[in-house]
Design a protein around this ligand. Sequence first.
Ligand code: GAP
Length: 448
Amino acid sequence: METTASQRRVTMEEIVALAKRRGFVFQSSEIYGGINGFWDYGPLGAVLKRNVKDAWWRDTVELRDDVVAFDSSIVMHPSVWKASGHVDAFHDVMVDCRVCKHRFRLDHLKDREKCPDCGAKSSFTEPRNFNLMMKTSIGPMEDTAALAYLRPETAQGIFVNFKNVYQSARKRPPFGIAQIGKSFRNEITPGNFTFRVREFEQAELEYFVPDDGHDMEAFQAWVERRKAWYASYGVRADRLRFYELTPAERPHYARAGVDVEYLFPWGWGELESIAHRGTYDLDAHMALSGKDLRYFDEATKTHTTPLLIESSAGMDRTTLTMLIDAYELERSVDPNGKSTERVVLRFHPAIAPVQVAVFALARNRADLVERARTIERELRPVMRTQYDEGNIGQLYRRQDEIGTPFCVTVDHATLEDGAVTVRARDDMRQARVPVAGIAGYLLERLTQ
Ligand code: GAP
């Protein structure tokens, strides 16, 4: 049998349809018509996203002795956002069309003279700033005294706790603090599925280094580490780039910046930003709070403010990337010239929501069903499994479409020879494997 991968890129419509059909992602509040910029992760999507987050956490926190874990609250003192600059400067510039009343981001308008929606000429209002922070109120009174914000990034929770953490964890720069958590931004134009949304998760690493001339090395080391991370989960190299920001593209205080970008079906989109932020963040909080957030540097015997290297990755965007990058439409032609097509998600086994599916070939044979269920139960503690039964062609098709690396089938012969058929997702090869050694056989292939 000859197989060829289609050269055609998957469309977003196909991804959205597959995500819904197989239970990766649903529109939030769908039965009420949905709500723009919010999405829910279904049974498979929730596991995929958790696996992506676990993969980041393992590499960024667990495998290092110089990074500690953190989990700050979503709502913080409003002064945090005053100091960080978000209250005054975290906004998009908007204009309204006076005729159709539609609102546009100024930087998205190609022709400022003519409304792209209704075609009216010179109909725009003066540009106005629109703050992207989501507001809420604390306590029973909805007055300005109770005003608070849902955090637009997790990072500030780390900065304001810098001293608490280094003192309690007995760390001194260079060391990092990492957290994964929800952030909220009142995006004017959410879109491209889960790419630009109003509620999302960030995985942020704040790495504090002494001001001793080695800070650029630390920055570069994180860039390399993140490169290796994406590569180790199989993201195609020709669809990933690390774009170095020019001084004009960086905030004034940043000494270096690299955006990690993926080539989505609509073009390049940012997955992560890695930045050398100098002392900007801690300085800002020290200035407004009046609290000393410096540490005592034993080398120089002075109280100093560390420099900050930040890596901030969007977990929804990374999960979407894994889904799109794994997608392949494959055409096979058998020796008789008959051609068939299959959709296959080639997830890395470590992030695949289901790693092994176990089937009973015939639904009406209690002995096969029992045997297959027993095998699945025994595998479950050591890998992510799923039991199913019925038409083998349909079962394979479904598992290919959700990216399951291996399928194990209990058939009539199993009861006699004590072996099962293991079918690999990627090359569709089949092997007969004794049930006694099945866990070891699969684990070896899942962790290769
Ligand atoms: N603390 C730095 C920071 O928040 P950012 O570039 O504004 O930097 C980091 O955000 C990452 O968070 C982005 O690269 C992106 O992956 C994710 N992100 C930001 N806004 C998002 C949105 N509206 N929807 C989904 N992900 C978003």
